[in-house]
Design a protein around this ligand. Structure first.
Ligand SMILES: Cc1cc2nc3c(=O)[nH]c(=O)nc-3n(C[C@H](O)[C@H](O)[C@H](O)COP(=O)(O)OP(=O)(O)OC[C@H]3O[C@@H](n4cnc5c(N)ncnc54)[C@H](O)[C@@H]3O)c2cc1C
Ligand SMILES: *[C@@H]1O[C@H](CO)[C@@H](O)[C@H](O)[C@H]1NC(C)=O
Ligand SMILES: *[C@@H]1O[C@H](CO)[C@@H](O)[C@H](O)[C@H]1NC(C)=O
Ligand SMILES: *[C@@H]1O[C@H](CO)[C@@H](O)[C@H](O)[C@H]1NC(C)=O
Ligand SMILES: *[C@@H]1O[C@H](CO)[C@@H](O)[C@H](O)[C@H]1NC(C)=O
Ligand SMILES: *[C@@H]1O[C@H](CO)[C@@H](O)[C@H](O)[C@H]1NC(C)=O
Ligand SMILES: *[C@@H]1O[C@H](CO)[C@@H](O)[C@H](O)[C@H]1NC(C)=O
Length: 574
């Protein structure tokens, strides 16, 4: 199936260039050359890894970015696509309307060593997610983060990020919003109930009984985000090197000083030990909320029970000796938004089959998308929005932030699923651990482990029910009218498959209370791992407590801020 478009000439050039690159690299695994060293090795190319790799290379340092997965976006040589994208420079990752393909066909894209959904491709979560893109509420920083990481401290980094990735509330390039019946019905109903319309990223602090259109990181009708901005500028520098298909196994260290990273091929990648520049080089873990703790465990850093599990696997004979282990509470403080799905139905709501857009798309919609980047396929599946917010004070006096996210999907063509996320203020925590097969698992789910969290979740649901109580033609499908909000909340198991939101954070917490001395922190305020002098963590793992909204923008911001902090540090003492 081919569509002729004005993009096809440019697309064809891109295509041939990519063919050439893949012909050169083939499928062979290359050995790392022993005379090569980098000032910085960044492991993982997600929301945390790409921005800091760019900033460090911009400052003149040699930077190696290591990614275990393959290319995703067509921009970087990705090839996974439905037939209707053949001959274009786009893949499934580039088209907003195909973002839910991660659920339909995760093979070769999602991580196989994590018991949750996570993207193990170039871009990590930013390649597979729905692109929702939020400027954080000031309380996200002020409630959760320590000195030096308050909202005032993060202003500059926030401005830099939003200058590069402004985001949009109307992804289709003609400025129209398609299939807005769901938004109009639900948003209109909230409006009548007194909720106020806001352009969320212009007023990030207005998140109490407000609603708005979703904001996405998309640009020019494509996914955009860090892959289309930070990685582009990084790649334009001779000092920057990207190795995909390359798994970091562990850092190689002598005491608290890291000298290199041990790599394994995952296809046409690189294997062997790659060194950091002697004395001054640094390693940055950005492998995600499960990937970074796993790397720490395999490097002999973490709770003794977890290090013993690694020692008892194939790693055992080669693992750093227990006399050099650094005991830190890695994996504790795990958190995720508590997700509660409710379902409503209204005759005005119109369904669009985004799931069918892979094999049997509506041809006129693929044409408008391919020609002009307009129409439903320029919007996130499955027609996300409105988004609305409320702050509810718990019995313990703590303000809890709720972020509600609606989408049109369900068994009935008139139905909307609305997910409630419990964000900033949540006190529940869980734990991730590692199995003997070296898979990471959520051993203690973080959901609703605090009574006041649970009460606030119930209260927030009642608030929505009350706000929608007068809407003509609206039917509650879940929970049913004869079930109380409390019965409903109590009936949902507090496990990831029923509560999960894929917004995992917290497993290498930042703080001043050094975990080696019984504190809760794994990294200090410069994101340096306690007990080391050149190993950092810069990703979702370091976030101390849950943020209000989908977290990718907050992670990009903290990565920008981390770059400034790390670049300002004196070189390691040794
Ligand atoms: C399906 C889904 C939908 C989501 N939707 C949204 C959304 O719409 N908006 C939003 O803001 N957030 C969303 N999120 C969450 C968001 O994408 C993540 O919070 C964010 O990407 C986490 O950033 P990170 O840098 O911590 O890790 P990641 O982005 O997960 O990046 C980690 C990277 O490290 C690589 N890696 C791991 N281990 C190794 C290793 N040993 N060696 C080499 N490389 C390694 C991985 O392959 C991956 O590329 C979604 C997440 C998922 C899974
Ligand atoms: C595809 O090509 C168009 C036109 O040249 C360009 O604007 C766009 O950024 C490209 N997208 C990707 C993902 O390469
Ligand atoms: C949120 O709104 C409610 C009701 O309008 C109000 O009682 C509460 O004080 C507000 N909370 C914050 C933090 O603004
Ligand atoms: C590791 O193996 C030893 C010896 O086989 C065993 O005694 C110990 O319980 C194991 N520890 C863990 C954490 O699996
Ligand atoms: C693309 O946009 C142009 C200019 O607005 C318009 O004439 C054309 O019909 C559009 N093509 C498609 C397939 O929508
Ligand atoms: C929903 O609409 C699709 C067409 O968009 C149709 O094929 C399907 O039968 C409808 N389903 C229901 C339950 O009405
Ligand atoms: C609520 O009503 C449904 C039918 O609509 C019924 O199946 C269910 O058992 C009832 N639940 C309770 C708690 O009464």
């Amino acid at each position: 199936m081919h569509f002729h478009s004005k993009l096809s000439a440019a697309a064809a050039v891109g295509f041939f260039w990519l063919q050439l690159v893949s012909a050169q690299t083939g499928s062979a695994c290359s050995s790392v050359s022993s005379d090569q060293a980098f000032d910085y090795i960044v492991i993982g190319s997600g929301a945390g890894g790409i921005p800091i790799a760019d900033r460090l290379s911009e400052a003149g340092h040699t930077v190696l970015l290591v990614e275990k997965g393959p290319a995703s976006s067509g921009r970087w040589g990705g090839t996974m696509k439905p037939k209707w994208l053949d001959g274009t420079n786009l893949t499934r990752f580039d088209v907003p309307g195909l973002c839910n393909q991660i659920w339909a066909d995760p093979v070769g894209v999602s991580c196989t060593d994590v018991d949750q959904m996570a993207g193990c491709v170039l871009g990590g979560g930013t390649a597979v997610n729905a692109g929702l893109w939020w400027k954080p509420h000031p309380a996200d920083w002020d409630t959760n983060f320590p000195t030096g990481w308050q909202s005032q401290d993060l202003l500059e980094a926030t401005n830099r990020v939003f200058a590069r990735i402004p985001g949009t509330t109307h992804p289709s390039m003609d400025g129209n919003r398609y299939l807005s019946q769901g938004f109009d019905m639900l948003g209109g109903s909230l409006d009548k109930a007194g909720w106020k319309y806001v352009v969320a990223n212009e007023h990030p602090e207005e998140k109490n009984r407000t609603y708005g259109h979703s904001t996405f990181m998309y640009s020019f009708g494509e996914r955009g985000g860090p892959l289309a901005t930070y990685l582009v500028s990084a790649s334009s520098r001779k000092t920057f090197t990207l190795w995909t298909h390359t798994v970091a196994k562990r850092v190689v260290r002598t005491g608290g000083h890291v000298t290199g990273v041990e790599l394994e091929c995952n296809g046409a990648g690189h294997a062997g030990v790659v060194s950091v520049t002697p004395k001054t080089g640094r390693v940055i873990l950005a492998a995600g909320a499960f990937g970074s703790p796993k790397l720490l465990f395999r490097s002999g850093i973490g709770p003794t029970d977890q290090l013993n599990i690694v020692k008892n696997t194939t790693d055992g004979p080669t693992m750093i000796g227990s006399e050099s282990w650094i005991t830190l509470p890695v994996g504790y403080n795990l958190n995720d938004h508590v997700g509660t799905d409710v379902e409503i139905s209204h005759p005005d709501v119109v369904f669009y089959d985004y799931y069918g857009a892979w094999n049997a798309p509506i041809l006129s919609d693929t044409e408008t998308y391919l020609n002009n980047r307009t129409g439903p396929l320029a919007q996130a599946a499955p027609n996300i929005g409105p988004i609305f917010w409320e702050i509810i004070k718990g019995a313990d006096g703590v303000d809890r932030h709720f972020h509600w996210q609606a989408r049109v999907e369900g068994a009935l063509n008139t139905s909307m699923t609305v997910t409630q996320y419990l964000g900033t203020g949540s006190k529940s925590r869980g734990r991730m651990t590692i199995t003997r097969q070296l898979n990471t698992i959520v051993s203690t789910p973080p959901y609703l482990r605090d009574e006041n969290d649970k009460k606030a979740v119930v209260q927030s649901l009642i608030s929505l029910q009350e706000s929608l109580s007068g809407v003509e033609g609206l039917t509650w499908i879940t929970p049913k009218a004869n079930v109380t909000a409390e019965q409903f909340i109590n009936s949902i198991p507090a496990i990831p498959s029923r509560r999960g939101s894929n917004h995992w954070i917290g497993t290498a917490k930042m703080g001043t209370d050094d975990g080696r001395a019984g504190g809760t922190a794994v990294v200090d305020l410069n994101l340096l791992v306690y007990g080391t002098d050149n190993l950092f963590v810069v990703d979702a793992s370091i976030i101390p407590g849950m943020v209000t909204a989908n977290p990718s923008a907050a992670i990009v911001i903290l990565s920008e801020h981390a770059a400034t902090k790390i670049l300002a540090l004196p070189p390691p003492a040794s």
